[in-house]
Write a protein that binds this ligand. Structure first.
Ligand SMILES: Cc1ncc(COP(=O)(O)O)c(C=O)c1O
Length: 400
């Protein structure tokens, strides 16, 4: 057998790569929670104010959401025992999908194990050879991976730039693509800014393109009763695929798509992440359904979230921080260099505030930041506590 000269060492490359990440300060150092994720949480052995969880409405601790899980376990057991298409679709899954479609005001919906699985499983099925996918340049990694799995041609348009999207669509008219898919985050997870979804659906209609919006950070946060980006822009029924997750404002876990019955029938027959992966335990889907019910019927959580958001953003501004162009409860505190952001996060933790740095390559080299996310369960005193810690550490590091 002919042997190449390449020396392979299947074990040491793991260590070498890890060592590189550590030496470049790019490795994740995982902090461990010893209590539920709430406005205050026990992290690495101490009680800290939580500013980096996506549990926007504090539903992970809501009694109705927790009780639903306990009752479902009693009735349906701990696990589902199968993938959805074989023996893993329980009454609880179907009830959630009905409730979700009603809440999103769409004909139908389909629940995936996670939002990541929805994007990675469905996007490559919606566009293949001879098609084109057009993506916002700052889309979430799960969209990027979904796009990479497709055989379609792909291109990006400038972040949130409808004019640039129009340019790309005009150019696409010169070729004979069978399908064109436009895909964007609704709310961008690093900056908290919102996609111009109203312009996007107009342009898509003019060019016969399909629209796919990932509403992971709009669900439970934007629009009437937190119905998300289509409610925010009053474009209900005009987005072909509304994708979202239960892992953020709904406080549980699970991805979904909502749209026409045709979309759902297509997706469930085509998405390998849905067909070939075990379904949620009934406790998970029962909690998700309870969370939708709470969001719809207890408006106080959403109101508190937005009051806290306005209060905190104003407080950061008064202190002299650059809080970016966010329009949502995701509030980046831009500090400049990666090393400053990392140091500030550590100093905040010493002040009992838990907020993580976001650094290059996730954001530009000089735009490193501490990303904060509001929670409806924070009191004004909590936010003042956080602002004081930001003021103290920001001054110490020369950020303000
Ligand atoms: C914009 C966006 N899309 C998708 C996902 C993935 O959702 P899930 O946590 O349900 O996998 C996330 C979560 O990080 C996200 O921020």
């Amino acid at each position: 057998m002919a042997q190449s000269n390449v020396k392979r060492d299947p074990r040491s490359f793991l260590r070498l790569e890890y060592d590189r990440l550590v030496s470049e300060d790019l490795d994740w150092r995982i902090r461990i929670l010893a209590s539920s994720s709430g406005p205050w949480t026990i992290v690495s052995g101490k009680k800290v104010l939580m500013l980096c969880s996506n549990n926007y409405l504090n539903l992970t601790n809501h009694p109705k959401v927790k009780r639903a899980a306990l009752e479902a376990i009693e009735k349906f057991g701990a696990g589902s025992g199968s993938v959805r298409p074989i023996a893993g679709t329980m009454q609880a899954h179907v009830e959630l999908e009905k409730a979700l479609a009603k809440y999103k005001r769409t004909e139908s919906s389909l629940v995936y194990s996670t939002g990541f699985a929805a994007n990675a499983g469905l996007i490559p099925q919606l566009a293949g050879e001879g098609d084109l996918i057009i993506s916002d340049e700052l889309n979430h990694g799960s969209i990027i991976d979904g796009v990479r799995l497709s055989r379609a041609e792909r291109t990006v348009y400038k972040h949130r730039d409808a004019e640039d999207l129009k340019r790309v669509l005009d150019e696409a008219e010169l070729k004979s693509y069978k399908q064109i898919l436009i895909v964007t985050d609704g709310v961008f997870s690093m900056d908290g800014d919102i996609a111009p979804a109203d312009d996007i659906v107009k342009l898509a209609a003019q060019h016969g393109a399909m629209t796919y919006i990932d509403d992971a950070h709009g669900d439970g946060v934007l629009g009437e009763a937190g119905r998300g980006i289509t409610s925010h822009f009053r474009i209900e029924g005009k987005v072909d695929v509304e994708m979202g997750t239960f892992s953020k404002a709904f406080g549980v876990v699970g991805g979904y798509i909502a749209g026409s019955a045709d979309l759902v029938n297509y997706a469930l027959n085509k998405s390998r992440t849905w067909l070939l992966s075990g379904s949620h335990p009934a406790s998970v889907v029962a909690s998700c359904k309870a969370a939708i019910d709470v969001v719809e019927h207890e408006p106080e959580h959403l109101k508190a979230l937005w009051e806290n958001t306005r209060y905190f953003k104003a407080g950061l501004g008064n202190l002299g921080f650059d809080a970016g162009a966010s329009e949502t409860p995701i509030t980046p505190v831009i500090v400049g260099q990666s090393s400053t952001a990392r140091k500030m996060s550590e100093m905040l933790f010493d002040e009992n505030v838990f907020a993580l740095p976001i650094v290059f390559p996730m954001v530009a080299l000089d735009k490193a930041r501490i990303r904060t996310i509001m929670n409806s369960g924070h009191s004004k005193a909590d936010l003042d506590f956080a602002l004081q810690a930001f003021g103290k550490t920001g001054k110490a590091l020369g950020v303000i």
